[in-house]
Design a binder for this molecule. Structure first.
Ligand code: DON
Length: 304
């Protein structure tokens, strides 16, 4: 049996003295307050054995990782109708670029870039009775943890400085690809991104993506086809203009956030979450990417 604990301990202790930790995101001012020396990792296997190291129980802002959870809920509500409004091709561009959106008449390249996630948010605002509350409840139930919450300070902070997202939402609206008003959709989106979770909670919430759609309590959230499709979107689009590099170095479907978190899954084997707030030039956690490369290399396991 793979000695996950030993591997995680080695990875985590190797980073204690590391000076080059990347740069903390500051375009959302509240995120810049995080201590850059943090590093945490948690892995849960298919049999629900848990392994962790470092600051794995400290909550951080999940940011774009939430886009996978909102996509899962939207898919479960409207299934393939979603694909009329958002494509599933990698963009090769940074997460907040808008040029392709104009070229492609308001149809975002995929649901994990910001424009695509705004369309998904719009679907949820239309479909849910109480969008923010119902989405939060969906994540709490997925992770079987009722303590998970939005971080209002982070949501407000992004609302004050989220000019690119205002631009994206207005562009989508001008192409008729946003049904609700811009303010309502952005308020939902800033809240979903502000959700605070630790590495362990993230592995629980992402358990269905490695377990054929079933959460740790064996409740079914997604069909096998939806799991296949969401994992494919994570693999090809989860790291924006670094998706190729992530597939090349790590070889797992995954998703990053500018809070420094990354979640990745090895279907039918394990789900792993890592957190280190410093980002590389492409906006993905620097040590997080390196740690996951070490994990898949040491275990000789990847989807390839
Ligand atoms: O919309 C934004 O800019 C942020 N709320 C989320 C961006 C993000 O996490 C990109 N991922 N690496």
């Amino acid at each position: 049996m793979t000695d996950y604990q030993n591997i995680l301990d080695d990875i985590s202790s190797g980073y204690k003295e590391t000076k080059e930790r990347g740069k903390i995101a500051s375009y959302i001012p509240e995120l810049a307050k995080v201590n850059e020396s943090k590093f945490g990792i948690h892995l849960v296997d298919l049999n629900k054995n848990n392994f962790c190291a470092g600051h794995s129980k400290e909550a951080f802002s999940i940011q774009s990782i939430s886009k996978v959870l909102s996509l899962a809920l939207a898919f479960s509500l409207v299934d393939n109708a979603l694909l009329k409004r958002v494509d599933v091709e990698p963009s090769g561009d940074p997460f907040n670029h808008l040029s392709l959106l104009e070229f492609e008449n308001g149809i975002p390249r995929n649901p994990l870039i910001n424009a695509g996630a705004l369309v998904v948010a719009d679907v949820l605002v239309s479909e849910l009775d109480n969008p923010k509350k119902d989405f939060l409840q969906f994540v709490r139930d997925l992770a079987n943890d009722q303590t998970i919450d939005f971080d209002e300070k982070v949501a407000k902070s992004e609302k004050r400085t989220g000019f690119k997202n205002y631009a994206a939402a207005n562009l989508l609206k001008s192409y008729g690809n946003l049904k609700n008003d811009v303010e309502t959709v952005l308020d939902f989106y800033f809240h979903q991104c502000s959700m605070a979770m630790d590495c362990e909670q993230l592995t629980k919430a992402f358990f269905p993506f490695m377990n054929g759609g079933k959460c740790q309590r064996n409740r079914n959230y997604l069909t096998l086809s939806q799991v296949k499709r969401i994992n494919a979107i994570m693999l090809t689009c989860g790291f924006y203009d670094e998706a190729g590099e992530f597939a090349f170095e790590i070889g797992l479907p995954g998703k990053s956030g500018v809070g420094g978190g990354i979640v990745a899954v090895l279907p039918r084997k394990y789900c792993v979450a890592v957190w280190s707030p410093g980002l590389n030039a492409k906006g993905n956690s620097k040590l997080g990417m390196e740690a996951l490369e070490k994990l898949t290399t040491a275990t000789h396991q990847s989807i390839f």
